[in-house]
Design a protein around this ligand. Structure first.
Ligand SMILES: [Zn+2]
Length: 99
């Protein structure tokens, strides 16, 4: 067991736990954690591999493809359901995930 915050989150532990929106093909999508008012920020979703991966460069080809597919499906869903004009995607990986 490691002290990775994302792995802890996947076990339902720690400060990053948010509602799981979907889980398929080794990929998990969840809302950002709830704030002090008990609600999660709208439109803030995390796409993570079930497998511990400290760096994007360590993703397998299948994991990288799955992350991309899920990101695009989510963006399309947000556009269709909420008429969003933009979906922004960023990678967060530095400083809190041991190898
Ligand atoms: Zn981890």
């Amino acid at each position: 067991m490691n002290d990775c915050l994302i792995c802890a989150k996947h076990r339902g532990e720690g400060p990053l736990v948010g509602e799981v929106v979907a889980s398929l093909d080794g990929i998990r999508v969840s809302h950002a954690p709830s704030g002090d008012d008990g609600t999660a920020p709208l439109g803030s979703l995390f796409i993570e591999t079930d497998r511990h991966v400290a760096y994007v460069a360590d993703l397998t080809a299948d994991e990288a493809a799955a992350v991309g597919r899920v990101r695009t499906v989510l963006a399309r869903g947000l556009r269709e359901a909420c008429d969003t004009e933009f979906t922004f995607a960023t990678v967060v990986q530095q400083g809190w995930s041991p190898r």
